[in-house]
Design a binder for this molecule. Structure first.
Ligand code: NDP
Length: 245
């Protein structure tokens, strides 16, 4: 396994759940981590934790991934602070499950803005630098819902299929540039993700249902696995699910 010492990783959606775990795990392997999300207080807490636990540098950059300029600034400030962008984790996402008949059109828009446009803006901001460096690794967090559609997941799944399509396109287009891409598709993970669901029919459907979940760290390990392979190894797709489906 390669070390991540002197490498710099940007993680979007680092203020909770999977993004926070990825930041911890990459830092534990020696990477400097740039923490991006809207809740900067949470990012500052994480930055303090990471600095206390590992001998790496961190930077907190308040970022709304629906704003192209925020992503451009995120990469610019990272380069000024650390000189390179070695890993860019497109992790920020929202899962506002709803039934199509209930017409939560504002939430559809929000999911498209965060989950698709946010990832596109992350690619827009980081790829030119990685191509110039002739090295870099983009991690896109899709989902099992980017491979299958469930009742109430139609729009969320549409956004995660889109993330997977972007990963596949990057894999085909970038193979001669030194830039690698990994699409990670987690199954159910215990995070804040479901706290934002508002559709009463979905909440009723989940009432009393107990499903086995993964820990955020289980996904962080998959990210670390992908980014610590030798340069000639391109880990393109990883799916990690709980045993009980
Ligand atoms: P959380 O809700 O815990 O984390 C979501 C993160 O996204 C937060 O840090 C939040 O930060 C950030 N975020 C949301 N909107 C924006 C925005 N506009 N700009 C910047 N950051 C934003 O959920 P998870 O950790 O579970 O989710 C992380 C990713 O994993 C998502 O892409 C999700 O779809 C995917 N995933 C999760 C699964 C699960 O079961 N948990 C399963 C499969 C995939 P803040 O609010 O501070 O901006």
């Amino acid at each position: 396994m390669e070390t991540l010492q002197n490498k710099t990783a940007i993680i979007t959606g680092a203020s909770s759940g999977i993004g926070k775990a990825i930041a911890h795990h990459l830092a534990s392997h020696g990477a400097n981590v740039v923490l991006a999300a809207r809740r900067s207080e949470k990012l500052k807490e994480l930055s303090d934790e990471v600095k206390k636990d590992y001998s790496v540098d961190t930077k907190v950059i308040e970022t709304d991934v629906t704003k192209k300029e925020d992503l451009e600034n995120l990469v610019k400030e990272t380069k000024e602070a650390f000189g390179s962008v070695d890993i860019f984790v497109n992790n920020a996402g929202v899962m506002l499950l709803s039934f199509l008949k209930n017409d939560h059109v504002d939430e559809w828009e929000q999911m498209v803005d965060v989950n698709i446009k946010g990832v596109l803006f992350g690619i827009h901001a980081s790829l030119p630098t990685m191509i110039e460096q002739e090295s870099g690794h983009v991690i896109n967090i899709s989902s099992v819902a980017g491979h299958e559609v469930f009742p109430s997941s139609a729009v969320y799944s549409a956004t995660k299929y889109a993330v997977r399509a972007l990963s596949m396109g990057m894999e085909k287009e970038l193979s001669s540039t030194g830039v690698r891409v990994t699409n990670i598709s987690p199954g159910a993970v215990d995070t804040e993700l479901t706290d934002h669901i508002t559709d009463g029919d979905v909440l009723d459907m989940f009432k009393g249902r107990s499903t086995q979940t993964l820990n955020a760290e289980d996904i962080a390990k998959a990210v670390t696995y992908a980014v610590t392979q030798p340069d000639y190894v391109d880990v393109n797709e990883v799916m990690v699910r709980p045993m009980q489906k």
